[in-house]
Unconditional design. Structure first.
Length: 308
């Protein structure tokens, strides 16, 4: 009973931290002209982007304007030292991003007929997002499909809502295939069999299945619980040394592009780089003085870490 009460208390504290502490939001200068994305940064370095394509159909398709602004945002945020965490959500209660505007494909003037030698603009933006030296979170409280889902796969973490979040790679029923990285990146998460099921069927994947398969980190019972968790998680990560976050992310991604033994070498090099960071030694020393490596301090580890 005591454990349940403590768990409820911790959730309540996270909720209050996310919603009741004043958050002084500032629009970065480079985002003041955006029309399809509202970009705001708080004093802790959490940057929140809210997408609103304003398309006629009202389904938040990826329009030319949204795509251009999304790309500019990714490049600028990646280089902005004041930003530590990027959270992307939608202003549309039903759709995170439905898919690419189909008219864009129908009206493409000179589609290539041979494989390119370099990544195109779409892939370049999403690889910049995936390798950004800070944490990225997709708050997916609605349907996401096609190119919108390909966008989401480049985030570090994705969270959704039971009954609301649905995923659909709907290209094959249209006579095309996912061309924005879906076939490749889904395989990274799921392997060939489940990727084939998603891509070839063009069917919906509900939140429960997406969570079980690992396409969503976790899902929540309602939008409020989703928002509370994402804001608390983003605020928590933003409190940690940026160099440690950067090195940790780089090490995880190295395991995708390197043979196992090489990734281990990279991991060790990045460990020592993080240990040389300006905040590392003071925080490790504070850990020891605040109860680290004692029974009480380790049994109540989160309380000990919160003192650093």
């Amino acid at each position: 009973l005591c454990k349940v009460s403590n768990a409820k208390l911790r959730r309540a504290i996270r909720y209050l931290q996310a919603f009741q502490q004043p958050r002084y939001m500032v629009v970065p200068k480079y985002a003041e002209g955006y029309k399809a994305i509202k970009l705001e940064t708080d004093e802790a370095g959490v940057c929140t982007a809210t997408m609103n394509a304003g398309d006629k159909g009202g389904v938040n398709v990826i329009t030319g304007r949204l795509f251009k602004e999304f790309g500019d945002m990714v490049r600028k945020v990646s280089r902005d030292d004041a930003i530590r965490v990027l959270v992307v959500r939608s202003a549309n209660e039903h759709f995170w991003l439905a898919h690419l505007d189909v008219n864009t494909i129908l009206n493409e003037p000179n589609p290539p007929v041979e494989r390119g030698q370099v990544l195109n603009e779409w892939h370049t933006i999403l690889e910049t997002l995936r390798n950004m030296p800070k944490a990225t979170i997709a708050e997916v409280a609605g349907r996401v499909g096609g190119g919108g889902h390909e966008f989401s796969l480049s985030f570090d973490m994705r969270f959704g809502v039971y009954g609301l979040t649905k995923i659909c790679q709907m290209e094959v029923p249209l006579g095309i295939i996912p061309g924005g990285g879906g076939c490749v990146n889904l395989h990274r998460f799921l392997g060939a069999g489940r990727t084939m099921e998603i891509v070839l069927s063009g069917d919906d994947i509900d939140a429960e299945t997406a969570e079980r398969w690992g396409l969503m980190n976790r899902c929540f019972n309602d939008r409020e619980a989703l928002r509370s968790h994402v804001q608390a998680l983003a605020a928590r990560i933003a409190r940690f040394p940026p160099e440690a976050v950067r090195c940790a992310k780089e090490s995880v991604l190295a395991s995708e592009r390197m043979p196992h033994n090489e990734a281990l070498k990279e991991n060790l090099m990045l460990f020592y780089r993080s240990a040389r960071g300006a905040e590392a030694r003071p925080r490790m020393e504070a850990f020891l003085t605040q109860g680290g490596q004692t029974v009480d301090g380790e049994l109540n580890l989160q309380a000990t870490l919160s003192k650093l």
